[in-house]
Design a binder for this molecule. Structure first.
Ligand code: SAM
Length: 288
């Protein structure tokens, strides 16, 4: 079927994801990127940066919950959290649901992403005035290089794809800076793209984290229907400690609502399919 101009089409790796649109409701070239928002027929609003899908109103909850809750329920006591990127504030909202979190710093390069999200995705920004939050609009690479050592428990890398401004957010040097900023037992969790389209990239992220000195590394996957291939992943690295399960009882009795994450989903997504196990086998021998 040939698509007409009523479709937003994102092509990656010989595969296209198409979302039917009604109208373009925002179009702006910020100092850093081309920000567009579309009203779609079935997925609410769609935010794109430089032509790449960032989120839709309808399915962003899966990504934001899976970038936040597995890492936060794996850490024994996450008090200080840093989010790099994530200007739409969806990850911030999820992190703030954890009552033990005392302070969250969101380091986003482009303030315009946050301002546009406040207008079109107010539900993601509903916790932005929480007194535990500090916004820092600037480069996450520089922020991490200058941050105080051993001052943070969880770092969430909610970044664009590894090109342009975000490319160095996937480098061993950046992960080294993250590990330096983490306390022992701290976790850095990165969005790590599609298991089926970007397996080499996931391997490279894991190798870069290992090279940076992570004690243990783990990749989790989940569905995300509007991202290329409809399947996505996050990769967690831990400082000075291995991954030995998660706070399952706390996750079962969580004091807040989620729409995708629960303790059983968490346990299930720790199981890797054969081709991912195979891809990580060689590298994992170094950790066991
Ligand atoms: N969920 C999205 C995805 O995977 O497609 C990511 C969403 S979030 C909007 C990504 C954010 O990373 C963007 O707002 C972008 O401005 C920000 N970003 C890119 N490079 C950055 C950097 N070097 N420091 C801080 N933020 C950065």
């Amino acid at each position: 079927m040939k698509l007409d101009s009523n479709w937003f089409v994102e092509e990656v790796g010989g595969l296209a994801v198409s979302i039917k649109i009604r109208d373009k409701v925002h179009d702006e070239q910020s100092a850093y990127q081309h920000i567009e928002v579309y009203e779609t027929e079935a997925f609410g609003y769609l935010l794109t940066l430089d032509g790449a899908t960032m989120l839709t109103s309808r399915d962003n909850f899966i990504y934001h919950e899976m970038l936040s809750h597995p890492a936060l329920f794996t850490h024994s006591d996450p008090k200080n959290v840093v989010i790099v990127g994530g200007g739409d504030c969806g990850t911030l909202r999820e992190v703030l649901k954890h009552p033990e979190v005392k302070e969250v710093t969101l380091v986003e390069l482009d303030e315009r992403v946050t301002r546009v999200s406040e207008k079109f995705f107010p539900e993601l920004c509903e916790s932005n005035s929480d007194p535990r939050v500090q916004f820092h609009f600037g480069d996450g690479i520089q922020w991490m290089a200058e941050a105080r050592a051993e001052s943070v428990d969880v770092i969430a890398l909610d970044t664009t794809d590894p090109v342009g401004h975000a490319a160095r957010l996937f480098s061993p040097q950046f992960y080294r800076d993250c590990l330096n900023v983490l306390r022992v037992g701290g976790i850095v969790v990165a969005q790590s793209e599609s298991p089926i389209l970007n397996l080499e990239l996931i391997k490279n992220i894991r190798l870069a984290m290992a090279e940076a000195g992570a004690q243990d590394i783990m990749t989790l996957s989940f569905p995300q229907c509007t991202y290329p291939s409809g399947w996505w992943s996050v990769t967690m690295a831990r400082k000075g400690q291995g991954f030995d399960g998660f706070r399952e009882a706390d996750a079962m009795r969580k004091s807040f609502e989620t729409r995708y994450y629960n303790a059983k989903v968490h346990a299930a997504c720790l199981v890797l399919p054969e081709f991912m196990q195979e891809a990580f086998r060689e590298e994992r021998q170094g950790f066991v």
